[in-house]
Design a protein around this ligand. Structure first.
Ligand SMILES: Cc1cc2nc3c(=O)[nH]c(=O)nc-3n(C[C@H](O)[C@H](O)[C@H](O)COP(=O)(O)OP(=O)(O)OC[C@H]3O[C@@H](n4cnc5c(N)ncnc54)[C@H](O)[C@@H]3O)c2cc1C
Length: 383
């Protein structure tokens, strides 16, 4: 039987970031994942610079030998209508491959790794848990994504929640395809649904192409994805012979779930907690941030993992992300937003800065970040 202070179930960005912060605080951590890493994950793979900042990752360092596509502009428009080009003139986002990014985060977490093992069971023995009858832990953190078994243990019921579905294809182009592809690598293209309940994307990361669609109400996600794929080919934006299998996944947007995030000796982070930004569906950043906030709470609890001692985690999440948010905001008819989308100002400042990039929200400065930040950054964050 292995023993640890904290067992994290799920080695995605949420689990590995939490593990690193707990290790920095001196705890013994095991991360269990049913997959061997590097593993594939259905995702467009764009992250903002704030993600690297909150984890103190040097982007140049990360980019060595990995795909890390800088993005300095977007083309955005309603599906089937003219797109507006916003050029920032500086990097506002990066495109990564999840198989590389997730593996990098997990390996640098410093945790003991239990990969290729699926969570099967948990039982309580005094104040401690026994997982799969092989690991003994004082605290169990659920970071297993939307279908996280720890979320189910805390009462989440399949089919009783409103979730988003998104589909995508990610292919590596041949040199010939890369030459004929009209999508600019620095400038992803976004195609917003007329009812504003979803959007599609075409995103080039070096020689990789990622095309997909996500909708809040799940209606017609696969038809829309196929329609976009056909349009991109027929308009000559992507090579006619681009092919591959589309994969889909479900997850919950922040404010749309009643999942219990805590129990005595248990917590949920990332998609397991249903935290993706409601307007954009971006969940890597919120997964990482929730992992850091959970770790901060655990370290402050000083070994007492009762629900009451873990409650500040939920308060930290609310103070970071606020109360329930919706898009489009109720009270403003969708027709007004559609009309506004013809304006360059609205496209840049509302759709991109506010809803897609969350540029108003600075990088999270957690206890880990404060401990690991170079002195110059520490001075800035204190100021
Ligand atoms: C099509 C699509 C496109 C997206 N594009 C973006 C994007 O561009 N940018 C962005 O920020 N977000 C995007 N997202 C959302 C993003 O992928 C998720 O929010 C993010 O992966 C959440 O991270 P996580 O660590 O919580 O969970 P995951 O990354 O899902 O990791 C969970 C881990 O738990 C493991 N696991 C699950 N069950 C078990 C079990 N029973 N036992 C052991 N291990 C288990 C899994 O193998 C997995 O490794 C997209 C989502 C989709 C579907």
């Amino acid at each position: 039987m292995k023993s640890c202070d904290v067992l994290i179930v799920g080695g995605g960005p949420a689990g590995s970031s939490c593990a690193r912060a707990l290790r920095a605080g001196g705890l013994d951590v095991i991360v269990m994942d049913r997959k061997e890493f590097p593993r594939k994950k259905v995702c467009a793979g764009w992250i903002t610079p704030e993600v690297f900042q909150s984890l103190h990752i040097d982007v140049q360092d990360y980019a060595r030998g990995r795909v890390c596509q800088p993005i300095d502009g977007f083309r955005v428009g309603l599906l089937g209508r003219k797109q507006l080009h916003t050029a920032y003139g500086f990097v506002v986002s990066y495109g990564i491959l999840r198989c590389e990014f997730d593996d990098y985060l997990l390996q640098r977490s410093g945790a003991r790794l239990q990969l290729g093992e699926e969570f099967k069971s948990v039982s309580k023995h005094g104040q401690r848990f026994r997982v799969n009858d092989t690991i003994d832990a004082g605290l169990v953190i659920g970071a297993g994504g939307h279908f996280c078994p720890i979320a189910r243990h805390l009462g989440a019921k399949k089919g009783k929640e409103s979730f988003v579905t998104a589909q995508e294809i990610e292919v590596e182009m041949t040199p010939e395809q890369a030459r004929s592809c009209k999508i600019e690598a620095q400038v992803p293209e976004l195609f917003v649904c007329h009812d504003l309940l979803g959007y599609g994307w075409c995103f080039r990361k070096g020689d990789h192409l990622n095309i997909g669609f996500g909708r809040q109400d799940r209606k017609g996600t696969s038809e829309l994805t196929q329609e976009l794929f056909r349009f991109l080919k027929s308009s000559g934006r992507i090579p006619e012979d681009t092919s591959g299998t589309f994969h889909g996944h479900a997850y919950i947007l922040y404010g749309r779930t009643k999942r219990e995030l805590l129990g005595d000796g248990m917590m949920l982070i990332g998609d397991a907690a249903g935290l993706a930004y409601p307007e954009s569906g971006e969940g890597i950043r919120t997964g990482i941030e929730s992992g850091l906030l959970a770790a901060e709470t655990v370290l402050a609890a000083k070994g007492d993992f009762s629900r009451a001692r873990l409650e500040p985690y939920v308060e930290r999440l609310i103070s970071r992300y606020g109360k329930l948010q919706t898009y489009p905001p109720s009270g403003v008819p969708a027709a007004i937003h559609r009309a506004l989308m013809r304006s360059k100002w609205y496209s840049r400042h509302v759709l991109l800065d506010w809803l897609i990039l969350h540029r108003h929200q600075p990088a999270l400065v957690s206890a880990l970040a404060r401990a690991e930040a170079p002195t110059s950054q520490r001075a800035r964050s204190v100021a």
